[in-house]
Design a protein around this ligand. Structure first.
Ligand code: ZN
Length: 171
């Protein structure tokens, strides 16, 4: 089923539909006020769900227009691991929607441009975006005991250490 062009931004391209009721799980989590506030900032996000992906497939967010230095909506790709539990989907979707909001709002493109002088603009923008995303998701990784399933505080500190020196980030 391909719903990418039918005006439904919520589900986007669906490559496969098998296994648990992922559609119900996604709408349940998107309706959670804690997640809805991120979705509101990235309303045109396309969700690419494939439960046929390998279990090691990492959830990811990429700009739909293919350019990380141009403002625009994003695609969130999820594999089977994201649907292991409601807590897992909550943590993963919140994290990825923060990235999506950075692309759709133009923040990511702005950071990439701002730090272009270092010839590393997109890389710095990645560290900034990850710092915000992990700042939100790391406490949930701990709260839900997902340390063996997804990255948490280690990844947060890895990205924090790599922020541009003159970037003001409140930890
Ligand atoms: Zn991330």
């Amino acid at each position: 089923m391909n719903t990418a062009d039918n005006g439904n931004p919520d589900y986007g391209t669906v490559l496969q539909n098998q296994g648990p009721d992922w559609r119900t799980m996604i709408s349940d989590v998107l309706n959670d006020p804690e997640i809805a506030r991120f979705h509101k900032k990235a309303p045109n996000t396309v969700f690419d769900v494939s439960l046929g992906r390998p279990s090691w497939f990492k959830p990811r967010t990429e700009p739909l227009n293919g350019s990380k230095s141009k403002k625009g909506p994003a695609r969130i790709s999820l594999g089977p691991s994201a649907f292991e539990s409601r807590e897992m989907l909550f943590t993963v979707l919140g994290h990825e929607l923060i990235h999506a909001s950075h692309y759709e709002s133009g923040s990511f493109a702005r950071w990439a441009e701002e730090f272009e002088f270092a010839q590393n603009g997109v890389l710095y923008a990645h560290y900034i975006s990850e710092s915000f995303a992990y700042k939100w998701s790391s406490p949930y990784v701990r709260k839900y005991s997902l340390e063996n399933r997804v990255s948490g505080y280690d990844a947060y500190h890895y990205n924090l250490k790599r922020l541009p020196k003159n970037f003001h980030f409140i930890q």
